[in-house]
Design a protein around this ligand. Sequence first.
Ligand SMILES: O=P(O)(O)OC[C@H]1O[C@](O)(CO)[C@@H](O)[C@@H]1O
Ligand SMILES: [Mn+2]
Length: 451
Amino acid sequence: MMAADQTVAGVPPSLSARVVGSFAYLTIRDRLPTILTKVIDTIHRNKNKFFEEYGEEGIQAEKQTISLLSKLRNELQTDKPVLVLTDGLPDTEFWNQYLHRQQRLQGDQESVSWFKSPWLYVECYMYRRIQEALLLNPPISDFDVFNEGKTQSFFESQQAVMALCTYLEGVNKNMEELSKNQLFEHFSRLLQVSLWGNKCDLSISAGQENSQKTSPLDSLSALQPFILVDDSNVVWSTLTAAQRSGQPGGTAADRVDIVLDNAGFELVTDLIFADFLVSSGLARQIHFHGKLFPWFVSDVTANDFQWTIRQTMAANHKWMSKSGVQWQTYVKQGVWRYHDHPFWTQPHEFCDMAADAPDLYAALQGADLVLFKGDLNYRKLTGDRDWDHTAAFKTALRGFGPAPLCSLRTLKANVQVGLQPGQGEKLTSQDPNWMTSGQYAVIQSYNPKSE
Ligand SMILES: O=P(O)(O)OC[C@H]1O[C@](O)(CO)[C@@H](O)[C@@H]1O
Ligand SMILES: [Mn+2]
């Protein structure tokens, strides 16, 4: 038997650790316990800080949190049933209902558990349980267990960030003189920089340092053959069509939404691309979507977003600090807006968004283009299912399409759709790990308006 929820008619099963030896199986067996061990270690290393801030209460909270997380690791490693949440947050009830939903899909024969249920669900649940362990221990509830890795990734990629900001300055300075073709060239380069920025997440490496040391602009042409689907032209047409319809003196929003993935270097590449979109007039407003709490090791929270802009402003490099000041101005003027919504830290496939988070779906409908960064967003777009590689992206989206959208993703999980016949087989024969190594990428779009 392949997966837990074979009852969903007409769609392939969810990826699951039930398939021994699969990437999902190896992630749950090896990577997630390693991440939990690092989280425990981080909390322990901060014991003195907790004592200084909260006295004896801080020490107790540290002990309690570690004990809850050790219990969680044990539940995972021994494939225990998934438990209900008890922290009484606004989303607690939702998570508990989702557990019942999984149980219904799986049938009454066996419990929803780490190795038997959909990988996407249990992996998201682990991060929510880490959050619960902290929330049940109030003095340290706000402690971001992944903060160190995220700030380290930012500092270690300083050279690359400086090179990108210098490039951006050059583009912005000459913006008026650029021909349409030249503008497209810069657009395409910065889109690819943001794409490859997704290589630098800390979840795939179980928290191991994974930053960008050299200028990514120098590597773009060498990386081009690794982009398996490249819809850059479609994205460009979507933007320029939206721009045309908004002129002259038009009222169209020309809004691009970016569903962010990782902090550190990747976030900077997203901010640079967003800066270019605004300064070139391709977009008038950018809405960023981040996470409500620390998620999948390196994902952006509101705090990471603000911190990154402040650090960029404070850099001892002319063009980098100029970029930071510009970004702060965009935020102050409302040209850039940061949003978080509980849906992004829930385990849904995005095809459920319209029903389960209608307010968010409606908000995304206001965008001319929605960019989804990273691997986890791709898994959620496609439902993290065992699709045939030649299945159309539209089919895998299963009705999700609030606005024209594009996934910018380096491949780190074994789901990939929209390939040419034979392309997947050829890749497998060349490199059996092509779907999980982060070496390959897609710029894959879907436009519900052109249906
Ligand atoms: O930051 P990203 O690109 O969403 O990647 C998150 C990673 O976490 C995983 O879910 C594995 O833990 C992979 O699918 C993916 O590599
Ligand atoms: Mn991530």
